[in-house]
Design a protein around this ligand. Sequence first.
Ligand code: HEM
Length: 88
Amino acid sequence: MSTSFAKDIAPLFTDRDVHCMGGAGVHLREYDYMANPEGDAVFPDYANAHHVLARLKGTETPRMPPSGAPWNGDQIALFESWMSAWLP
Ligand code: HEM
């Protein structure tokens, strides 16, 4: 079964996550933002999703969310499986 952004991924983000990051232009529950194919200086494509994943895993710091529990392995694996479904 494929992973749905609206059903499986968007609800992983709390209202606080969405509020904090929306102010910084990171729209965690918006498909068009998260699946944007544009790259940047760090990732050649799909930079928005790659940066979100890197912050969730702590490979880019500070790890997100900055307070409270980090995502568990199952949540991160679900996010990665959603990404791998459409990543080139
Ligand atoms: C799962 C939840 C979250 C994710 C995936 C996330 C994702 C990100 C990403 C991708 C960036 C880098 C933005 C950029 O470089 O332009 C970032 C930075 C930041 N986020 Fe979050 N965020 C989350 C939750 C939060 C919350 C709840 C807060 C507020 C309490 C917050 C505050 C910040 C701040 C202050 C920065 C700038 C930190 C820095 O790089 O110096 N984030 N976040």
